[in-house]
Write a protein that binds this ligand. Structure first.
Ligand code: CIR
Length: 264
């Protein structure tokens, strides 16, 4: 299966459950409201669909408050679904649900388990045209990356560990891919991306850095107008999505989908 870092035929999402109010967070700014979260999530799914993609939406998992963030327990790349080993204890069980949901989509022969031994969260992984870029965080360790490396190389991609500050939850909390050669990143991460063009996220809008390029659109959290204006002025087709509820529990736009291509 061919690989593209910006163009996708499919996405996988999971609806938030009532338990999302208990989602993990570094700083408490109040619980997310399930009604508003559901509404924002439905708009997110609709926005992905409007680009022409098929979006598979799974039922909520009440036992896992953070399970709306489907990006973390799996990595979908080059026609394969790799079931990861999430680094937060309360989230480790999400891997079973990810396997169950992704197996009918990819076919059992295209679903592989990251071998035991370390931890890896999908939020620490950025997939570009030729590379899998990984940040080491409290959720992703060297042992986990050592298990991931041969899988990724077998798929024809390079794996590179990039420096990241310990002030952010996940690597992609601070960055997002804009196109095949361009990354958008918070000031502390701009030096990490040797080989890429880097656009610096406006100071004060750091939470906008976790944007997603999905087909012809760049989706940015609606609260950050300077980022939207900057990227629009650079020629990107920017679309705003309300991310206020997810942001209360450290969720960005990338966390709420797995983005991939399947043969038509
Ligand atoms: C967590 O701490 O795991 C969730 N509250 C937020 C996960 C965000 N996911 C991501 O950045 N990929």
């Amino acid at each position: 299966m061919g690989h593209s870092s910006c163009h996708f035929t499919h996405a996988f999402c999971r609806q938030p459950g009532e338990s999302v109010a208990r989602g993990l967070r570094a700083a408490d700014v109040g619980d997310p409201d399930i009604g508003r979260f559901r509404q924002a999530h439905a708009s997110y799914v609709a926005a992905l669909e409007r680009t022409g993609a098929t979006v598979v939406v799974a039922e909520p998992l009440e036992a896992f408050p953070d399970s709306v963030f489907v990006e973390d327990p799996a990595l979908c790349v080059a026609g394969m679904a790799i079931i990861l080993r999430p680094g937060a204890e309360s989230r480790f069980g999400e891997r079973e649900a990810a396997r169950e949901a992704l197996t009918p989509i990819f076919g059992a022969e295209h679903v592989i388990d990251l071998p035991e031994g370390g931890i890896v969260d999908g939020g620490d992984i950025m997939v570009t045209e030729s590379e899998v870029l990984v940040g080491l965080s409290a959720r992703t360790d060297e042992a986990g990356v050592a298990s991931l490396r041969p899988i990724v190389e077998e798929l024809g991609l390079k794996l590179r560990i990039l420096d990241m500050p310990d002030t952010i939850l996940h690597f992609k909390t601070g960055c997002g891919l804009l196109d095949e050669e361009t990354v958008f990143a918070i000031p502390q991460l701009t030096q990490s991306f040797a080989g890429y063009r880097v656009i610096e996220c406006p100071v004060g809008e750091e939470a906008a850095a976790n944007l997603i390029r999905f087909n012809d659109k760049v989706f940015v959290s609606a609260a950050y107008s300077r980022t939207q204006d900057l990227l629009t002025s650079m020629g990107y087709d920017v679309s705003a999505i309300d991310n206020r509820e997810a942001e209360k529990i450290d969720g960005g736009l990338s966390c709420m989908s797995l983005r991939f291509s399947l043969p038509r």
